[in-house]
Ligand binder design. Structure first.
Ligand code: 5GP
Length: 215
């Protein structure tokens, strides 16, 4: 049988967006980025969003899965792949290394899927410098009290780490104006937040001036 590959086809033969985007979601620790991204993926946008699993040297938390939550690496492994040019950006956040694998972004874009990245404010600026068309979305909490309450409640950090993350929250929130969109994640309204982000993506993917992204 003749199996001519269909250029640009995606699973299920749904046409992908003409120019898939790099969508960056940032926000302070505890604002709910993981829950929002999970809700976004449940919304069944076609083709599905591709969440790019990033690399970190931080210790794995209870319930986290290697290669799903993060690619958990030693500092030596991390620095080796960074020095080999395999990371689009790398940054030290809250005392650990984090970095975006170039291959993960490339393969999503090649499949004509929007690549979703959950990265910090500095990483977002590095990517915006490399890919000016990247879409930058910043998620804010209703208040610092709510944010700190969530951060304490999830019990994933030591007291010392908690303090670092709380201190960094104010620094990160001060950078929200560097973003294309700021979205409020109201208490117990994660579906509403995901809906709002999907509306932004839908609006942006239709923009006439959108150009192909290369990384
Ligand atoms: P956590 O340790 O809570 O999972 O993540 C800490 C911070 O690192 C969050 O702000 C998260 O968005 C950011 N982060 C995760 N992956 C990357 C990455 O690949 N690059 C950068 N720059 N930040 C990342």
């Amino acid at each position: 049988m003749n199996s001519t590959p269909t250029v640009g086809a995606v699973p299920g033969d749904e046409p992908g967006p003409p120019h898939p985007m790099l969508v960056i979601i940032s926000g302070p620790s505890g604002v709910g980025k993981d829950t929002i991204i999970a809700a976004l993926q449940e919304r069944r946008h076609l083709p599905p969003y591709h969440y790019v699993v990033t690399c970190t040297t931080r210790a794995r938390r209870h319930g986290e899965i290697d290669a799903v939550s993060y690619n958990f690496l030693t500092v030596e492994q991390f620095l080796a792949i960074r020095d080999a040019g395999e990371l689009l950006e790398a940054n030290e956040v809250h005392g650990n290394w984090y970095g975006t694998p170039r291959a993960g972004v490339r393969s999503a874009l090649a499949r004509r899927q929007h690549a979703i990245l959950k990265i910090d404010v500095q990483g977002a600026q590095v990517i915006k410098g490399l890919v000016p068309d990247a879409l930058l979305i910043f998620v804010v909490p209703p208040s610092l009290e709510t944010l700190f309450h969530h951060l304490r409640d999830r019990r994933t950090e030591s007291d010392e780490q908690l303090e670092v993350r709380q201190r960094n929250a104010a620094i990160e929130l001060a950078r929200k104006d560097d973003y294309d969109y700021v979205v409020l994640n109201e208490e117990d309204r994660v579906d509403h937040t995901a809906e709002r982000i999907e509306a932004i993506i839908t609006h942006e993917e239709r923009r006439e001036s959108r150009r192909p992204v290369t990384v």
